[in-house]
Design a protein around this ligand. Structure first.
Ligand code: ZN
Ligand code: ZN
Length: 345
């Protein structure tokens, strides 16, 4: 069997390689991967531009769904061979630090994640530590994207507290922005999705297919002024920043109302210059979000099961594992939206 392996540090150094079949370790289950999502962070791993715990060689990929085919020691009876599952990227957390004990294990300093430190899911099989059963109504394709949805549930609901009646501006209509928009709408927010000229198709898609209330091409109109027009002159109650560019962060701080909330999900990957004074003058509450916690997984699975959020709407392409390079290139050029690899096809 073969997997997509990052075999050395630096930009590039990724290829399809033969893998040894590995039995699940203690507390792990072995999952036959049916679908795996390509994440923006995979491009950062490809180029080695992410500040996270990476160990090479490593099989890439951390978003997946599949079927349990084997169980290691110490796995409880709640998971059985044949279960349809999705799973968390965390392979190891210490379980003893303050973050782990309070359920915020995404902050555990010794956390180790698949696709970075342990072999991930761009392969026919993956050994996972934390799996969740997929609701019967949810396809493997939609289930593979639960991790991304859970990231957005964590940032938009748990960290930023979006609630019914909020006007929520989402900056950056990539997969993270689109899923954040869906989460904000499921919470009862009115979404204004902001993008640039090159996002034209994505903005139109969001209005047409997702039911986003408003879109703004920030190069065609004054976005801050438009947000004020939509809110009686005040500005958005909440801005979710998903682009990671300085101009987008500036728009977030300018477009939000006084005493509003800003969620930072975008990763600039370097130091950037923004007008932080606005946070003081406008008495803003700014929250960050990275990864997810168990509560966000459970809420995401419920949103999928009830049909409140349909992940499959955002899946644009399904590729074979051998086409990984094409998938990465498409991501880089922002072609399509959410791309899946199907390692067993
Ligand atoms: Zn991801
Ligand atoms: Zn810990």
């Amino acid at each position: 069997m073969q997997g997509v392996v990052k075999f050395d540090r630096g930009s590039g150094f990724v290829e399809l390689r033969d893998l040894e079949d590995r039995a699940p370790g203690p507390g792990q289950v072995k999952v036959e991967v049916r679908a795996a999502g390509i994440c923006g962070s995979d491009l950062h791993i490809y180029h080695d531009t992410i500040n996270y715990n990476i160990r090479t060689p490593v099989v890439m990929g951390h978003e997946f769904s599949g079927v349990v085919v084997d169980k290691g020691d110490e796995v409880g009876d709640d998971v059985v061979v044949g279960d349809r599952v999705t799973g968390e990227p965390s392979i190891y957390i210490c379980g003893r630090c303050d973050y782990c004990l309070s359920g915020h294990y995404n902050m555990c300093p010794t956390r180790q994640v698949m696709g970075y430190y342990h072999d991930g899911c761009f392969a026919p099989y993956v050994n996972a530590t934390f799996v969740h059963k997929l609701p019967e109504t949810v396809s493997f394709e939609a289930g593979a994207v639960t991790e991304l949805l859970a990231c957005c549930v964590h940032s938009v609901i748990e960290q930023c507290g979006v609630t019914a009646g909020d006007v929520v501006a989402v900056v950056g209509p990539g997969p993270v922005g689109m899923f954040s928009a869906l989460v904000a709408m499921a919470e009862g927010g009115t979404v204004v999705l902001c993008g640039t000229e090159r996002d034209k198709e994505r903005l139109a898609f969001a209005e047409r297919e997702l039911g986003v209330a408003h879109t703004i091409d920030v190069q065609a109109v004054d976005a801050v002024q438009r947000l004020q027009e939509l809110t009686g002159g005040y500005g958005a109650d909440v801005v979710i920043e998903c682009a990671g560019a300085p101009a987008a962060i500036d728009l977030a701080l300018e477009g939000v109302r006084k005493r509003g909330r800003v969620s930072i999900m975008g990763l600039p990957g370097k130091r950037v210059e923004v007008d932080l004074e606005k946070i003081a003058f406008k008495e803003l509450v700014v929250s960050g979000g990275i990864g997810q916690r168990r509560t966000a997984w459970e809420r995401s699975l419920k949103l999928m099961e009830t049909g409140a959020i349909d992940n499959s709407k955002l899946i644009s392409h399904e590729l074979k594992l051998g086409e990984w390079k094409r998938g990465f290139e498409m991501m880089e050029k922002q072609e399509g939206l959410k791309l899946l690899l199907l390692p067993n096809q």
